[in-house]
Every structure is written in structure tokens, then in C-alpha cells.
Design a protein around this ligand. Structure first.
Ligand code: ADP
Ligand code: ZN
Length: 515
């Protein structure tokens, strides 16, 4: 039995979990590592064992104080010399810790990022022999993530002070942009990126256009997942409550959950859902973290998720038991416009943060071919067509809409982006409505020149132009459209615009459910 195997036994395990051994080997070879594996994947063991297998002290940076405390207690209980440097130490304890560190008596030192970046702390540590630097929850580096921590953006000082110490950054999920940002912010040297496969084959992915989405939802609940348990996500708290009540009125078992409920209400609602084999939970994304109900058979998005990563995480709550599960997302052009307006607002309030995340989400939703292939590509994984998504199951026809794209872009340009989509389509169809008259739409050269696409076709094309970043919202309230630089090559015919036929989940004819 080698060293590593013996040590594994000390931690009480017989075998490694996926990627643990690979990651440890890279650290032992003094390589930087970015380890992406879901919560519960066993990331802690990687730096803990590495620190024990190498000389010197392992430094662990984590934003979660309570977790660090727990870890240190646990490690001490199995005989590992772990310590936690925090502000609650009294001067005597601090001196003891400093003495122990100087005398090579500590295997693992846990501390918060704020603590580490203090000049006196990092200055002191850089005189020690350090085995490995581990950075937990490394996604906190990215500005748009929910867990953004400004101190994380200063962690590049680790490489400045410890140029030869391997650094391991760890996180639960990270798409390519997040990965790149982590690597850049920490100045990792050509790191080994280890990521568990993101392919959850058992989840059927459906992305449907909205067409009376409540009736489509009922069709899905009755014809596709009758009697099964699942989560329905809505953006607003009000919609969560209304939808849950409507489902209840139809005789379904439904609970709701959002951040404005009291702690007690939340707990009751979650517990009732967990206890019931066929319950539906209608919720905002406040419901999610740490759900370990394994028999969730479906996840529905009635509105757009905030990013590709959150979409992936949210649908991933279905089918944890590995059995078939379904994910449906409903959206339409209006949802694109709303999200773009929301992001514009947010960008205005925070800093000029780009609307990168929504453009990427739109891009994924409007991508061609297999849904899963497109999704996994965002996580740097390439697969064959999956056979288990709306695109693979109902082969969708495509159409070259470049000329139509030129028409709608010019029309938006000539109407200064101030005309609503429905009116633009009336103009293209040559319909004289009051609004068309108001803006003298009949005088426009494109009046009646866009009969090649239906109402739905034009909306689908406009979505595609948002996804291709040719169009943006502007104006004080985000109610106007502007053409971006990327519209130019389309207008010049240098870029082709191909649209796929929309998939619509059928609607329930009659909104009653027989018991
Ligand atoms: P993460 O940090 O990736 O969320 P943890 O390091 O907290 O995950 O580990 C999750 C759980 O898996 C812990 O209970 C841990 O004891 C257990 N674990 C870690 N490695 C192994 C292993 N090789 N075999 C079995 N269980 C393991
Ligand atoms: Zn597919």
C-alpha cells in the first residue's frame, strides 16, 4: 500500500471519488489546478491530502467561516494538525499559532480572503514553507455571480508571494468565461482544468416558445409527468403565489416558496414538498440550494433563468436518482426584451458590467441543433447529438433569413428604434392599423415588403438578432431598440442569419383536470 492509499484510509475512505486522485497528483507535481466538481464531490479531501503528502503548511482560503470552523474541528479529531486563523483568537492564542507555524507544526491553515490579503499576514506566511494554496468557492471572483466577494479579486497576490507553490482553485460550477476569469484573477500558470462531466443524460431537455404558457404547462403536467413531483420556477414572487393557487384549484398538490416568506413558512413549505411523492413546488430561485430530494422528476421554467449556469444548475435538480426526468423552459421575445431591460438597469446601477450573461443565454436558446450539445459546449464539453431534447426528437427545419434580417434591421434603424415589435410586423405585412397610421408607416419603403415570414417568424428572427448581439435595448426605460456594430456585417450580407423553426409544447385544450 502506498502513502496515498494509507492516507485515504486515515480519512476513512476506501476509494477515491472522481477526479480526486488526478487533482492530488497534479499538486504533488507542483502544478496549478482548477477543480470543478459539484457540491459533495469531495473537493476538500484533495487539498487536505496534498498538504499532508507534501512538506510545509497548506493554506486554505474560504469565504465561509462556519464551514472552516467545522473542517478544522473535524481534521483535529482525526489527528490532522489544522488551525484556523481568525479575528476571534486572543493575543496568547495568536502567539501560539505563530510559534507552531514557524516550527512546522501545522499541516493546514484555514483563513478568510480578507485575512490573507492583510500585508502583515501574507508577509508573515511568505517566510514559511508552503505546500499548497487552496481557494474554495473560487467562483466568488466573478462579478456577476451571486456570491461575488471583492477580496477575491485581490487574491492574485498569492502568486506574487508564493510563485512556486501550486494553487488549487475549486468551485461547483463554472462555464468557460468563469473559468477564464478565475484563472486570470489568480494568475494561475497554465493550470490543469479538471471538471466532472456536466452531461446529465437522463434529463430530457425541452425549450418551448410560449403560447399561452399556463395551458402549455397544464398539458405538460397532465400528459408528460402526471402524478410526479417537480419544481416550477417563476421570476416574480407574485407569479409564484398565483400559479401555485391556480394549480391547487385544479386539484393538484402544490406548495410555494420565495424569499419574502418567513423562515417558518419556508420550512413548512419545503418540508411538505420533500415529504410528498407527487407534490409540485412553485418557487423563485430562492428555492434550490442544497435540495437533496432525489426523486424530482421535472423542472419547469416559466420565465428565463438569469444565466446559462443557473439554468444548468436549476434543471440539474431533477433526476438526481439517475432515472428519466424532464426539463421544460418556456420563453418568448418579450422575455428577451424584459431581461435585456433588466440587465441594462442593473448595469447602470452597478458599474458598466456588460450584458454578457444575457447575450450568452439568448445565444444558447437560439443556437442551432441539439440543445444539450449547445449547453455542454458552454462548459467546454463536446458531445454527439443527444437524442433526448426537443431538437433531437422533433427534427426542426431551418431557414436562411438573412434578407429578412436586413429588412427588420433597416426598419428599426429608420424608425429610430422607437416602434413596438407588433407595429413593425404590421408594417412589414402591409397592415394598416392605427399605430401604423400614427407613424405614417405606409410611407416607408418596407411597407408590405415582408410577407415571407409570419408573425411568429418575425419574432423568432428578432430573438435571433438579440442572440447574435445585433440588437440591444436602449433609451431611458430600455424601451427602444438600437443596432449594434454587429448588425453591420448582417446588413452588408457578410454574415448569414439562419433561424430554426420554433418548438411549441402543445396547450391543454380545456383548463380542467379530471381527478
Ligand atoms: P465538496 O467540498 O466538493 O462539496 P466535500 O469535500 O465536503 O465536498 O465532501 C463531500 C462528502 O464526501 C463528505 O462527506 C466527505 O467526507 C465525502 N468524501 C470525500 N471523499 C470521499 C471518498 N473518497 N469516498 C467517500 N466519501 C468521500
Ligand atoms: Zn439533443
Amino acid at each position: 500500500m502506498d502513502n496515498t492509499q494509507a492516507l485515504l484510509l486515515k480519512f476513512g475512505f476506501k476509494n477515491f471519488k472522481p477526479l480526486q486522485k488526478e487533482a492530488i497528483d497534479f499538486i504533488l507535481a507542483d502544478k496549478d489546478v482548477l477543480l470543478i466538481s459539484p457540491t459533495g464531490g469531495g473537493k476538500s479531501l484533495v487539498y487536505q491530502m496534498s498538504a499532508l503528502l507534501k512538506n510545509g503548511v497548506g493554506i486554505v482560503v474560504s469565504p465561509l467561516l462556519a464551514l472552516m470552523n467545522q473542517q478544522v474541528e473535524y481534521l483535529k479529531s482525526i489527528g490532522v494538525k489544522a488551525e484556523f486563523l481568525n479575528s476571534s483568537l486572543n493575543p496568547g492564542e495568536q502567539d501560539d499559532l505563530i510559534w507552531a507555524l514557524r516550527n512546522n507544526q501545522v499541516d493546514l491553515l484555514y483563513l478568510s480572503p480578507e485575512k490573507l490579503i492583510q500585508p502583515s499576514v501574507i508577509g508573515f506566511l511568505s517566510y514559511l514553507e508552503v505546500s499548497v494554496c487552496a481557494i474554495d468557492e473560487a467562483h466568488c471572483i466573478t462579478q456577476w455571480g451571486d456570491g461575488f466577494r471583492p477580496e477575491y479579486s485581490q487574491l492574485n497576490i498569492i502568486k506574487e508571494h508564493f510563485p512556486n507553490v501550486p494553487v488549487i482553485a475549486m468551485t461547483g460550477t463554472a462555464d468557460i468565461e468563469t473559468q477564464t476569469e478565475i484563472i486570470k484573477s489568480l494568475s494561475l500558470h497554465s493550470p490543469e482544468v479538471l471538471a466532472e462531466s456536466f452531461n446529465r443524460k437522463n434529463i430530457e431537455m425541452m425549450i418551448s416558445q410560449k403560447k399561452q404558457s399556463f395551458k402549455q404547462l397544464l398539458y405538460f403536467l397532465v400528459h408528460e409527468v402526471a402524478g410526479e413531483s417537480g419544481i416550477i420556477y417563476c421570476r416574480s414572487r407574485k407569479n409564484v403565489e398565483v400559479l401555485s393557487r391556480n394549480l391547487k384549484d385544479l386539484g393538484l398538490t402544490s406548495y410555494f416558496y420565495h424569499s419574502a416568506l418567513s423562515a417558518r413558512e419556508k420550512e413548512n413549505s419545503a418540508n411538505s414538498f420533500f415529504a410528498d411523492q407527487s407534490a409540485i413546488m412553485v418557487a423563485t430561485t430562492a428555492f434550490g440550494m442544497g435540495i437533496d430530494k432525489t426523486n424530482i422528476r421535472f423542472v419547469v421554467h416559466m420565465d428565463l433563468p438569469t444565466s446559462i449556469e443557473s439554468y444548468y444548475q436549476e434543471i440539474g435538480r431533477a433526476g438526481r436518482d439517475g432515472l428519466p426526468a424532464k426539463a421544460v423552459l418556456f420563453y418568448g421575445l418579450q422575455d428577451f426584451i424584459k431581461l435585456a431591460q433588466f440587465e441594462k438597469d442593473a448595469a447602470f446601477q452597478r458599474n458598466p458590467v456588460d450584458n454578457v450573461k444575457s447575450t450568452q443565454l439568448f445565444n444558447f436558446l437560439e443556437s442551432r441543433g441539439c440543445r444539450r450539445k449547445a449547453l455542454l459546449l458552454k462548459f467546454n464539453e463536446s458531445i454527439e447529438n443527444c437524442g433526448n431534447c426537443d431538437r433531437c426528437k422533433h427534427v426542426s427545419s431551418e431557414q436562411n433569413a438573412t434578407v429578412a434580417a436586413q429588412k427588420i434591421l433597416s426598419l428599426i434603424y429608420h424608425t429610430k428604434g422607437r416602434v413596438a415589435v407588433s407595429t413593425l410586423i404590421h408594417i412589414l405585412h402591409g397592415k394598416i392599423t392605427r399605430k401604423v397610421k400614427d407613424i405614417q408607416g405606409m410611407e416607408l419603403s418596407l411597407f408590405g415588403k415582408g410577407k415571407e415570414l409570419s408573425d411568429i417568424g418575425w419574432k423568432s428572427l428578432i430573438r435571433k438578432l438579440f442572440a447574435e448581439d445585433c440588437l440591444k435595448v436602449s433609451g431611458e426605460f430600455g424601451t427602444e431598440f438600437v443596432l449594434t456594430q454587429k448588425a453591420k456585417p448582417v446588413l452588408r450580407g457578410e454574415i448569414q442569419i439562419i433561424i430554426s423553426k420554433d418548438f411549441h409544447l402543445p396547450s391543454m385544450k380545456d383548463a380542467t383536470i379530471e381527478p
